[in-house]
Design a protein around this ligand. Structure first.
Ligand SMILES: NC(=O)c1ccc[n+]([C@@H]2O[C@H](COP(=O)([O-])OP(=O)(O)OC[C@H]3O[C@@H](n4cnc5c(N)ncnc54)[C@H](O)[C@@H]3O)[C@@H](O)[C@H]2O)c1
Length: 351
């Protein structure tokens, strides 16, 4: 097999819930192979390694010493991402790290700089960005189908596992924030965030959180994440000046609908004074709804293909370390806002 078509040998670190999915896809993808499974719980690591004959170890150092390993996939708790990523980069391995990329912005910056210095790929697993529905949303947001973006409203609530290490903000919001980062046009990034969180069951960390993002041109984005909802809701609405889309991820027969309905203004409001604006007429447009056909395929396979291609082609992946850093900036700033009772915190990228 020509060298550029060889499967990328990857050491997987973390044999827990998400590690299981990564192990299955690392061996199923034609672009990657599972070289090692590492976990202090060696029995769990051995169970994942067994079907493929991958080596098993308790610490990452064992896999880093193996010259055959070219890349490391990290699926451990967020607090370990920085240390494990830096160790892998220092050993000259490419890294795919789970979300969130690190537990603090400063750590994320170091990781991105180290990968850049060494010419290695650092990719963050923003899994949803590799689903057909999010790729379609990116297309219609960026090609102007929706017009100017006016508002975004994302709800991700269910009866969730109360995690021992992170609050609901750091557990669930990375999904919506990474999706926003992926689909919105490059010049249309959040400017500031205000967040409220609550721990109504006394779990010791926020189980419910509401984030409000200040967007350019007077637009606004909102995200609600919640571990305490008895029903599962996964809905995102993106309202534009021309059309509005509704993504309902728990409705596989119609995940995405694009509505040609909305509000039309009779005049250019920027040309009117205060009183004239109040009196100006608003009319409602009621056109068709289109539900685009979407293929069903496992996003994680797309993640691994992108990782292997980025390594092979020596380029940044679609969700590179900088995308991870922008999400980290939002999470970090939202956490600070929560501790200041919802004060608006400007994002670092805009300071
Ligand atoms: N992309 C997604 O959609 C998605 C979904 C779920 C979880 N995740 C992310 O995956 C990561 C892991 O989550 P999980 O739900 O699988 O957790 P988990 O607790 O089920 O598994 C974590 C595993 O890591 C192991 N581990 C801990 N420290 C280690 C170390 N230093 N070296 C090697 N192994 C170590 C633990 O023993 C455990 O087996 C988190 O960052 C989480 O946010 C991502």
């Amino acid at each position: 097999m020509p060298a550029n078509l060889e499967r990328l040998p990857v050491a997987l670190v973390g044999a827990g819930y998400w590690g299981r999915n990564l192990a299955r896809n690392l061996s199923a993808a034609s672009e990657t192979s599972l070289g090692w499974v590492i976990d202090p719980d060696v029995a769990s690591a051995a169970r994942l390694a067994a079907p493929t004959g991958a080596s098993v170890g308790a610490t990452l150092d064992e896999a880093l010493a193996d010259d055959a390993v070219r890349a490391v996939a990290i699926a451990t708790p967020a607090a370990t991402h920085y240390e494990l990523t830096m160790a892998a980069l220092n050993a000259g391995k490419h890294v795919l790290v789970e979300k969130p990329i690190a537990s603090s912005y400063e750590q994320g910056v170091e990781m991105v700089q180290e990968a850049g210095r060494r010419g290695l790929v650092l990719m963050v697993d923003h899994t949803f960005c590799y689903t057909p529905v999010v790729q379609k949303i990116r297309e219609v947001v960026r090609d102007g189908t929706l017009g100017d973006i006016l508002f975004v409203d994302a709800v991700r609530i269910n009866l969730g596992l109360v995690r021992p290490d992170v609050d609901v903000l750091w557990d669930l919001a990375p999904h919506d924030l990474s999706i926003l980062d992926f689909v919105l046009p490059d010049g249309f990034r959040p400017l500031a965030v205000a967040a409220h969180g609550a721990d109504p069951i006394g779990a010791g960390r926020a189980c419910v959180a509401y984030l409000t993002l200040t967007m350019p041109d007077g637009a606004i984005a909102h995200s609600h994440v919640n571990w305490l909802s008895p029903t599962k809701v996964r809905t995102t609405v993106i309202g534009g000046s021309k059309r509005t889309l509704i993504w309902d991820d728990v409705n596989p027969s119609q995940r995405l609908a694009i509505y040609d309905r909305g509000v039309d203004l009779q005049y250019d409001m920027s040309q009117l004074g205060q009183e004239e604006r109040a009196a100006a007429l608003v009319s409602y447009r009621s056109g068709d709804m289109v539900a685009p056909a979407l293929p069903e395929r496992e996003a994680l396979l797309g993640v691994l293909r992108e990782f292997a291609s980025a390594v092979r082609e020596d380029r940044a992946p679609a969700t590179d370390g900088n995308a991870g850093l922008r999400v980290l900036d939002l999470l970090d700033s939202a956490s600070r806002s929560m501790s200041f009772h919802g004060a608006t915190v400007p994002l670092r990228g805009t300071r």
